[in-house]
Ligand binder design. Structure first.
Ligand SMILES: *Cc1c(COP(=O)(O)O)cnc(C)c1O
Length: 472
């Protein structure tokens, strides 16, 4: 299947869309058409991997990745994504927990899928251990794509991160042959646990702590991409959230969760999705457009209200982002809105498809404290926005259909925000200390290392050169 740019409509196959990330005209790639499924098309398919293969096959049809899609899905969906009924609530509501991956946030899904795909497009066999470990590699090519760079330069993935993305991307690419990752993060502006996840890798992952802001990090990455001298020595790519290789696999967990409920009851599931750049939310809309049994879709934003205001007024106004407790959603100009508008139309038409509500920091705090007691469940600040929006829906709407509140990160990842809020509960059944889940705990045990640099392209280029010299 072809992908088209949201701007000029130029086309690319899935392999080119994955490798480029952004279209040459600065637009985002969207599928030229969407496959249509019925729930029955997934009969007999239980696992995320099996459902993912069926759902995503049409997008990879005819591409060099088609034969590798099975293995790519198998390498992506290695952790559970459970749909758990909230028994303490009288109305039919569940939580879709997306945080059981290596870095305890939903971005692990997209990052792993993109890494597994790019590795094959680079001509390397599958697996994170250098390949050869997979049983189903009877096909000698094992889904290999076109040969890598004729000059033999490895692909270097540049990631500027304000927190969650860099860790997920580093974890997903760590120990993949033929690909390097360089993470730039703003020193002192990410949480201690986030910083550890950005700097504990080594091997093919380099971490640069920039004496500046996230915007400085982003600017340095953009400059590196367009600098002719660096471009001659390095082959850069990006793994930011607008890559279709991160978007498509996120539809799989919406398919799987909605099918699970459909099979048990014959009814749809409606979702409340915490939203920043709208990648996760768009994946839900795509799953419904492909025929999965999904009812309403409601987006929960933090105090950054660009999206709810656009849907309410029809006027799009990008803003500077405001810092909130749900920091991974601090987005004033959500990039994936360009895709939603291209696929489903402007505010009027879009309003028939989705709704959006903004949640304040005060409401996030109250929600976390209240539900720790009421539901014996601790939300991360992002997931708390979704639960809050669910709770403000009219009671009739909450009673007559099944809802799933999407939990995007484990609360222990944001312990500095969450722990003080639940401490005040005193004798509650919920402990004061948030235990990190096993995968996150294992990461926190690893030694951390990073190189500190000034926020300039020269300093960045020098650090890259030093790293290559050290690699010999
Ligand atoms: C990135 C992130 C979000 C926002 O997801 P988008 O796809 O940008 O809307 C929400 N919650 C957490 C924990 C995140 O890391």
């Amino acid at each position: 299947m072809d992908f088209v740019s949201t701007r000029s409509g130029t086309r690319a196959d899935v392999a080119a869309a994955l490798t480029r990330g952004l279209a040459p005209d600065g637009g985002l790639y969207v599928p030229s058409s969407l496959p249509r499924f019925e729930p029955g098309d997934f009969d007999g398919l239980e696992s995320l991997t099996a459902i993912g293969r069926r759902l995503l096959a049409p997008f990879f049809d005819g591409s060099p990745l088609a034969t590798g899609l099975d293995a790519v899905c198998a390498e992506t969906f290695v952790f559970p994504i459970p749909l758990l009924r909230l028994e303490a609530v009288a109305e039919p509501v569940s939580v879709l927990e997306l945080f059981h991956g290596p870095t305890a946030a939903f971005k692990d899904v997209g990052a792993r899928f993109l890494a597994a795909s790019l590795q094959r497009l680079e001509g390397e066999p599958g697996g994170q251990d250098g390949g050869g470990a997979r049983d189903e590699s009877a096909d000698p090519l094992n889904g290999r794509g076109p040969a890598a760079d004729p000059g033999g330069r490895p692909l270097t993935i540049l990631v500027a991160t304000s927190g969650d993305t860099g860790g997920a991307v580093a974890a997903a690419f760590h120990e993949r042959p033929g690909i390097e990752v360089v993470v730039l993060f703003p020193l002192g502006r990410v949480s201690p646990r986030q910083q550890h996840q950005l700097t504990c890798w080594g091997g093919n992952v380099a971490s640069f702590g920039v004496r500046g802001s996230f915007d400085d990090c982003q600017r340095m990455v953009k400059q590196a991409f367009t600098d002719p001298e660096l471009g001659g020595r390095w082959r850069f790519s990006s793994a930011n959230s607008i890559n279709v290789g991160r978007l498509l696999p996120q539809s799989v967990y919406y398919a799987s969760a909605s099918l699970e409920h459909w099979r048990a009851s014959g009814a749809t599931t409606s979702f409340v999705v915490p939203t920043g750049n709208l990648g996760n939310g768009l994946a839900c809309v795509l799953a419904r457009a492909m025929g999965l049994p999904i009812g309403d879709i409601v987006f929960a934003t933090n105090a950054n209200r660009t999206l709810p205001d656009y849907l309410a007024t029809g006027v799009y106004e990008a803003r500077d982002s405001i810092a909130t407790l749900a920091s991974a959603m601090d987005v004033g100009d959500p990039s994936n809105l360009e895709r939603l508008r291209k696929l489903f139309g402007e505010a009027d038409a879009l309003g028939d498809q989705v709704t959006a509500m903004s949640v304040s920091d005060r409401e996030i705090e109250r929600r976390i404290a209240q539900d720790a007691g009421r539901l014996d469940r601790v939300w991360c600040p992002h997931s708390a926005t979704a639960m809050h929006v669910y709770d403000t829906l009219p009671i009739a709407v909450r009673s007559d259909r099944h809802w799933a509140v999407v939990a995007t990160a484990h609360p222990a990842k944001f312990d500095t925000v969450v722990e003080p809020l639940i401490e005040s509960l005193g004798g509650s059944a919920v402990g004061r200390h948030l235990e990190p889940p096993p995968a996150l705990a294992a990461l926190l045990e690893r030694p951390a290392r990073y190189v500190e640099i000034e926020p300039t392209l020269d300093a960045f280029a020098a650090a890259l050169a030093a790293r290559r010299a050290a690699d010999g």
